[in-house]
Design a protein around this ligand. Structure first.
Ligand SMILES: O=C([O-])CC(=O)C(=O)O
Ligand SMILES: [Mg+2]
Length: 225
């Protein structure tokens, strides 16, 4: 039986001292940080290899727990929650990292430029003006994001090439799918403050996305280490 994202992990047969990671299964379902071993020689479940590929030191986190801790924080300041309008399309359902931003309207030039440059584990937040008319990200850009070490993309707009997005080991959240690409005629802006569904997001914020939603904070929310 193929291992799906909710399958329990099998213990790895050949420990590797150089590559360890927390179990994605335990993050999601028990929140117990169980260490597993990962190396290229043994039959680690594919989703674990994917989860380990981008961020070699993943952390356990829960957006619900973050919200419990910050529920009385003034809205739109230190701690923000994006509205529940984003769908998950990428090969990683949970991701986190420092925020970089681009702003564009039905032209994905700055998105392309960003994902073709080193991501260093950051999350690219794309202010696409919530347009549902053009796809700002597709399979090629998702593959570039994975290759260049981006943890994820949050697109206030649409994406396409669903099968390719799912195959990329990167988080991808967007409003919807549309097969129509952009025309590259209007350059956008990079690393500027943006408004995502009415929520302000600035470069250097921290973004955490899991199965329950997406939260943004001025400061990192996870414990160091
Ligand atoms: O090229 C584009 O504009 C979007 C796309 O299909 C891809 O990234 O594969
Ligand atoms: Mg494409």
């Amino acid at each position: 039986m193929p291992l799906g994202p909710r399958s329990p992990l099998l213990p790895c047969a050949i420990p590797s001292p150089t590559a360890t990671a927390f179990s994605a299964y335990h993050w999601r379902h028990r929140r117990i940080p169980v260490r597993i071993f990962s190396c290229s020689r043994h039959p680690c479940p594919p989703h674990v290899r994917k989860e380990n590929a981008v961020n070699p030191s993943p952390i356990a986190f829960s957006t619900c727990d973050f919200c419990d801790e910050h529920k009385s924080a003034p809205p739109q300041q230190e701690f923000r929650v994006l509205p529940p309008v984003f769908h998950s399309y990428g090969g990683r359902s949970r991701f986190y990292g420092p925020v970089r931003t681009v702003k564009c309207h039905e032209d994905n030039s700055p998105v392309k430029a960003a994902v073709e440059s080193p991501g260093h584990g950051a999350v690219l937040v794309v202010d696409g003006g919530a347009s549902l008319r053009r796809a700002l990200v597709g399979g090629n850009l998702a593959a570039a994001a994975e290759r260049n070490g981006w943890a994820g993309l949050v697109v206030d707009g649409c994406v396409r090439d669903l099968a390719e997005l799912q195959a990329a080991s990167v988080g991808i959240r967007a409003l919807g799918l549309i097969p129509l690409p952009t025309n590259r005629t209007t350059p956008g802006q990079t690393d500027v403050p943006v408004l995502i569904q009415g929520v302000p997001v600035v470069p250097g914020d921290w973004l955490y996305a899991d199965e329950d939603g997406i939260v943004i904070s001025r400061q990192p929310l996870h414990a160091a280490g």
